[in-house]
Design a protein around this ligand. Structure first.
Ligand code: SF4
Ligand code: MG
Length: 321
């Protein structure tokens, strides 16, 4: 299959517990019925405001969080029905890079120890062989091998993210979920890290799921983009199509916030009313209707399904049905 990942009806619900006895009084539908695929070697963007469920989606795909329902096929294997033991076997093929590199690195371990750990866990190589591998990893991500015995706090934010990326690469994965990997970094450093990821993708034939909170970062980075709102995909399209021909009012608003370099292109900023509603109290009908400039009566009661507009473009909005 040309698809590395096939996701069908993925749901991750969290129980809401209230009162002294912590009785279950409903659930937060953090991920609510997602279906999509990711092709081998592509970069698939997952975009939405905080609380839309994009991070939970990333973790659910790797079963770092147990999904409530649905099926995830990874490289032809159904990982949702695997036992923990079977899962451990393919864990090395799926890695995740988090937003805050400092929080994901043990402050008391040297770079050497941090990068050696995956090999030790998986029983790979002799001691010398592991050191060779660690030095090679440092080279791949542009770290100076002389920094081998330094601790995370002795590095800049960008360098720390390079350490995290090196660790993710250690076991030669097929898929990397990058959860806002540059959001915590200075703007000047962001493009360096993005360029590094691109270069590593070519070098090691990696497939990326790239999670971001706005559409500006993914613009140069992704092949296809899914826009999420309150646990659902509201639009999914090939990148160029999404940026030139956005259909969902939410995507249009997000895009209007992306700076346009061409001064002759007139772009008017669409300001959305209010904040993202509390996911525990998602609105009925189209979940976006409380903020949508085009909402009609139907939108308040009937939830729009994901429509196939063309082979490369899906949208969930009544304006197109
Ligand atoms: Fe707006 Fe209605 Fe479309 Fe939802 S279905 S995005 S409320 S027009
Ligand atoms: Mg997040």
């Amino acid at each position: 299959s040309p698809n590395l990942l096939e996701v069908q009806g993925l749901k991750t619900y969290f129980p809401i517990k209230t009162g002294l006895l912590q009785r279950e009084s409903g659930s937060v539908k953090a991920v609510d019925d997602l279906s999509f695929f990711v092709k081998k070697g592509e970069t698939f963007g997952l975009v939405g405001e905080s609380g839309c469920g994009k991070s939970t989606t990333g973790r659910s795909l790797l079963r770092l969080i147990e999904p409530t329902n649905g099926k995830v096929m990874f490289d032809g294997q159904d990982i949702t029905s695997m036992s923990e033991k079977e899962l451990r076997r393919i864990r090395k093929d799926m890695q995740i890079v988090f937003q805050d590199p400092f929080a994901s690195l043990n402050p008391r371990h040297t770079v050497r120890k941090i990068l050696e750990e995956p090999f030790i866990v998986h029983g790979i190589g002799s001691k010398e062989d592991r050191l060779d591998r660690v030095l090679k990893l440092m080279e791949h991500v542009g770290l100076n091998p002389s920094q081998l015995n330094r601790y995370p706090h002795q590095f800049s934010g960008g360098q720390r993210q390079r350490i995290v990326i090196a660790r993710a690469l250690a076991l030669n994965p097929k898929l990397i979920v990058a959860d806002e990997p540059v959001s915590a970094l200075d703007v000047s450093i962001q493009s360096q890290i993005l360029n590094l990821l691109k270069q590593l993708q070519r070098q090691f034939q990696l497939t990326f799921i790239f999670i971001a909170h706005d559409l500006s970062v993914v613009k140069h980075f992704c092949d296809r983009v899914a826009v999420m709102y309150l646990g659902r995909i509201v639009e999914l399209a090939e990148k160029r199509e999404l940026y030139s021909n956005p259909k969902h009012p939410y995507t249009q608003a997000l895009l209007s916030a992306v700076p346009v370099p061409d001064p002759f292109v007139k772009s008017e900023r669409i300001i959305l009313e209010g904040d993202v509603p509390n996911p525990a109290k998602a609105p009925q009908g189209c979940a976006f209707h409380t903020r949508c400039p085009s909402a009609s009566e139907r939108c308040r009661t009937e939830r729009p399904g994901l429509l196939q507009l063309s082979e490369q473009h899906q949208v969930a909005c009544h304006l197109y049905s």
